[in-house]
Ligand binder design. Sequence first.
Ligand code: HSE
Length: 437
Amino acid sequence: MKPVNVGLLGLGTVGGGTVNVLSRNANEITRRAGRPIHIVKASARDLSRPRICDTTGIEVTSDPFAVVNDPNIDVIVELIGGNELALELVKKAIANGKHVVTANKALIALNGNELFALAQEKGVMVAFEAAVAGGIPIIKAIREGLAGNRIEWLAGIINGTSNFILTEMRDKGREFAAVLKEAQTLGYAEADPKFDVEGIDAAHKLTILASIAFGIPLQFDRIYTEGISRVRREDVSYAEQLGYRIKHLGIARRTSAGIELRVHPTLIPYRRLIANVDGVMNAVLVKSDAVGPTLYYGAGAGADPTASAVVADLVDVVRTLTTDPENRVPHLAFQPAAISDIPILPMAEVETAYYLRMEAADKPGVLADVTRIFGDQDISIEAILQKEPPVENVGTVSVIMLSQVVKEKRMNEALKRIERLDSIKGKVIRIRRENLG
Ligand code: HSE
């Protein structure tokens, strides 16, 4: 059977992993796809760099356009990341009538609406399983496996670097910077690690998940985004004492007023399975009406795990090469004409519970002032914990509170008033809290 010729853009961690997996499992993959899949040409920015894969038999070039313009190539695999050159290359590949497989979450989150329309016109596929949660087949699970359900909400640990850092802070008391450096060495972190620790990478992935879960356009700019860079070790430890773990979550929830789209550190009851997803591992919990909750767990980054998703997409593309483009699985799970513009809720309207920590003067009446302000805003407090002051901070105490569920704008108002009290030092630390029940 005639092989399918693939052009690979990028021979770094995921590109190298893809070459390795395709060659190691060539037999099994051919049995599944029905045709051998051959990488015939690959581009790399720096040809002299050592590789994690054997490129024998692959024509390697430093010019990615030589790959997308090669008439012998049927499918382009884009693994260079970023969204300028990648966008240009993917558009060129589509214009040349080639199918595209990509692991590029920024590209899909920011340009997916346009790319899918172009692909639709040309009758080609743009597959992106590897863009979310690395090796976990979460796109396929939501788009195809849950197609009979109305999805209510999903919550995911979708940035391995942040999860790795939070886990090391909790288990070993390690410093943020040292753990981040290790994640970079291990090849988990983004080229610019701010994307990991400021939540941008997770927001890219949540954009994609929300779109295929609810049939809405990709709307990266509507996501509330907060990373883990301000999470302190003491908060991780106080959360533990109250029965919670802090995880960096991407949450998309359908409510009667609109859809919540938010990425932020979150306290979750420690008994939840997802609260026990540690290290670089990812997990996505999906709550749907028919099947109930389902949890998808696995490696969210790294060479072979991400290559696993890239190769699965390649097999999918090969299987559908001969099918009528109108009858393929739609890029965003719902038929393009059925994508609906359900409103996205502003963060002020989102309802959630909170963990709060404030540094308060150690004198009578302070707690009464604070609780009065909460009372005025109709905010119920569920638990209060008071800690000894650190030696350098004699005269103040750390007060930790858990609030019940409240609209964010009411909490904003209460915190503004509390921070104005003379007896409260600095800003109140707030971390949102979800039950995920
Ligand atoms: N930087 C990403 C992470 C890589 O840490 O999850 C996988 O997308």
